[in-house]
Design a protein around this ligand. Structure first.
Ligand SMILES: [Zn+2]
Length: 88
């Protein structure tokens, strides 16, 4: 078992990680990252963790988007959920 190793490939992957997660990376570099991820548990964990964080962040942002009241009202009416509308 080789244990904890840092190679130049790790540095390269970590250097272009945000582009990789965003699928903004050149195909060639992307393929290099994927090859490296097959061999490197450390980088795989980093990528998985970052992906989950990004997903959570995006979900949280979605929840922060408030529907305007008029839109919400129309939507609820259409769904026959108007009893659930909170009149304030
Ligand atoms: Zn690595």
């Amino acid at each position: 078992m080789s244990g904890h190793i840092h190679t130049s490939q790790c540095s390269q992957l970590l250097g272009n990680l945000s582009e990789y997660i965003d699928n903004d990376l050149q195909a060639e570099l992307c393929a290099e990252n994927e090859d490296h991820l097959k061999d490197c548990d450390n980088c795989r964990i980093v990528v998985n963790t970052l992906r989950k964080t990004v997903d959570l962040y995006e979900q949280t942002n979605m929840k922060q988007v408030e529907l305007p009241d008029a839109v919400r009202e129309r939507l609820y009416l259409r769904l026959e959920l108007k009893d659930f509308l909170k009149k304030s």
